[in-house]
Design a protein around this ligand. Structure first.
Ligand code: GAR
Length: 267
């Protein structure tokens, strides 16, 4: 074993991906150790999986923060280092023309929750933060405080679709309802948009005529449990390098993208 990485995990639900990561760490497939499991949902079933493996857990109840803020915006104080304009200038989660009051409410409530998350994470230093079915989008307030080195992102997410198709909260459902013939899952680093960050790995499955939403979820999850540990192993082995690329399109326009290159072994 080399340098065992410390992994923080955030979940919202059942935690089957969390379980796959725990198992991969315990079997040595991933040279890592989960140092905490946090959630936005006090009822997340995955918390019991963490406790069973003696992993510390914590809750930041997003729904209750959003409710409280709705009732009395003055009752919860904003983080001291929060700057609305700075966050609004970088966030990329809203469609153009979105209502500015709604945007501000979103950013304020999420930053309050994110500051609490950061506080709860403080006792557990980590190298990588994995979102394993965490159903909240982060604002730049949180992302920039975790990604302190802009060249080395360290928040990973797993998404239940072949991105960039079908971002959002119901990847398998959207894939199925569209009539796609191939579905899949994607692991990517988080950026300021929704499921738009640099792709690390993908796995695909065929959608057959007799498949249902439930059967494709089953096929997809089985692949997620393989893909996520594989991507975390690549991170632990320092095989992931993010590179800024500029591509020129046929019409002469330039497109800038950050992409992940998978390198051979420790760099
Ligand atoms: C997984 O399918 C994961 O890809 C998805 O939630 C499920 C969580 O299952 N994540 C998202 O949709 C994130 N936007 P799990 O709790 O059993 O790991």
């Amino acid at each position: 074993m080399g340098n065992r990485i410390r992994i923080g995990a955030l979940i919202s639900g059942g935690g089957t991906n969390l379980q796959a990561i725990i198992d991969s760490c315990e079997s040595g497939k991933v040279d890592g150790k989960i140092v905490f499991v946090g959630t936005d949902n006090p009822d997340a079933k995955g918390l019991a999986r963490a406790s069973k493996h003696n992993i510390p857990t914590f809750v930041v109840d997003y729904s209750s923060i959003i409710r409280q803020y709705g009732k009395d915006p003055g009752a919860i104080s904003l983080p001291g280092d929060f700057e609305m304009q700075d966050i609004l200038s970088r966030i990329s989660l809203f469609p153009s023309g979105a209502d500015s009051k709604k945007k501000e409410k979103f950013v304020v409530t999420r930053a309050i929750a994110e500051a609490l998350l950061i506080e709860k994470m403080k006792p557990y230093p980590f190298d990588l933060l994995v979102l394993a079915g965490f159903m909240r989008n982060f604002t730049p307030y949180f992302i920039d405080r975790i990604n302190t080195d802009p060249d080395n992102p360290r928040i990973m997410n797993i998404h239940p679709a072949l991105l960039p198709a079908f971002p959002g909260t119901d990847g398998y459902g959207d894939t199925f309802r569209y009539g796609s013939k191939t579905g899949g899952c994607t692991v990517h680093f988080i950026d300021y948009g929704e499921d738009s960050g640099p792709i690390i790995g993908q796995k695909a499955f065929q959608i057959e005529p007799d498949d249902t939403i439930d059967s494709i979820k089953k096929k997809g999850l089985a692949l997620e449990w393989e893909l996520y540990p594989e991507c975390i192993r690549l991170f632990a082995q320092k095989c992931l390098k993010t590179i800024k690329m500029t591509y020129t399109l046929d019409d002469g326009k330039e497109v800038n993208r950050t992409v992940v290159k998978i390198m051979n072994g420790e760099q």
